[in-house]
Design a protein. Structure first.
Length: 54
């Protein structure tokens, strides 16, 4: 059986790694309190809710 290879239009693994690297570089020298404030700010900016919250 021959395998058919498709050209990816979107690489989700690449995107996830880029986002993770960006967040890591932004938060690498933060204290715990600064990190909590950063996360809360990101959630507020994106109007996101934590899992389990409505």
């Amino acid at each position: 059986m021959e395998t058919i290879k498709k050209e990816k239009q979107f690489d989700s693994v690449k995107m996830m790694r880029e986002i993770r690297e960006k967040i890591s570089s932004e938060t690498q020298n933060m204290t715990f309190e600064e990190l909590k404030a950063y996360i809360n700010q990101q959630l507020a900016d994106n109007k996101s809710k934590l899992i389990g919250q409505q």
